[in-house]
Design a binder for this molecule. Sequence first.
Ligand SMILES: [Ca+2]
Length: 403
Amino acid sequence: MNNNRSVLFPPALLLSILALSGLFACAQETPESAEGSVDSVSGATPVAGDTQSEQIIVEAGDQRLVLEEILRTGEVIWAMDFIDADTMIFSERIGRLKLLDLETAEVTSLKGGPVVLQTPSGGLFDVLVDPDFAQNRLLYFTYVKDVGEGRSAIALARAKLVGTELVETTDLFIANNPSDDHAHWGSRVVMDSQRYLYMTSGDRHVPDNAQNLLSHGGKVLRLHEDGSAPADNPFAGRDDVVPEIWSYGHRNPQGLAIHAQSGELYEQEHGPTGGDEINVIKKGHNYGWPVITWGEDIWGGQEAEGTEREEMEQPLKYFLPGTAPTGVSFYWSERYPAWQGDLFSSTLRGHVDRLKFEGRQVREEERLLADWRERLRDVAEGPDGLLYFATESGAIARLVPED
Ligand SMILES: [Ca+2]
């Protein structure tokens, strides 16, 4: 495989691109280190001041969209969801959940919730609002759980929101591959129309976890809403496989979204050095890591055998060089008609990728918001039909059509 992908760009051009971008994350930085350096970088990310005064404009077809910053908390925001037409809930990785009033920008901190272990790149991750939240007030969270002896595991918890307090907090699932390593958590969670929970679990820096069907590491998991394994999961009933597995061979999957029209599950994951992937997840299929990858195929001296193998799934899309992708979201509203049905991917490389698919082919690919100069953690379509973005510097912003 090509061991020096930066030669794709002449060095002088590369330098000027970097100088223009002003990003800390340089082209040589792998998604690996982009992920690992989260804490050292986030406090120093160039925000506000310089950029806030300049309007950031994005074109969507013949529309002009203005980036409107709503707030800036100073903490890494990992995930966003919406509890009603006016209210966002977001997670701060240090372990806090907050409500944001989309009209007034008022922020309310919530009490209670899971007890989160702080690690260099982990803590509280995803937050999911139950599709029937208006009736049941339920929220789901993924987080780093202290399991003793210096080790931690990825966990999924549920709680009920009463006023500004999370009550009846319950662990629904705790992954069986605890580790003292502090990366590759995965940890995105979604719920489908039949109330099955799908959760991503990273390989925890143990690549072989991903092909080991007795480990929860490097998997997409499918659970009942109480955390138990459905009887129709692909490997249910087998002694030599953990029953929660829905798909395997994943590395560090931080993006998960259900296509509202097809119902298909789209997953996004970090490759080793480049080779970040978007996959359509099929029941029981093997997505290849660490046997095949389009990224640099070396991990700790271990080499992948190549990029393709017959019984392993190919990504729908892979990125070379890598983008260090985080959240992923489809867009359906008519507020930006040109983007209906498109997939948006937030990245730590300081931009959002927009992909328009035609069947399984990428028909359009565009990089947005690079001039915002932020490391992005999540993207979501709001109940107002606007796209929202969350960053490691603690900013939340949305794209508003210009009058
Ligand atoms: Ca793969």
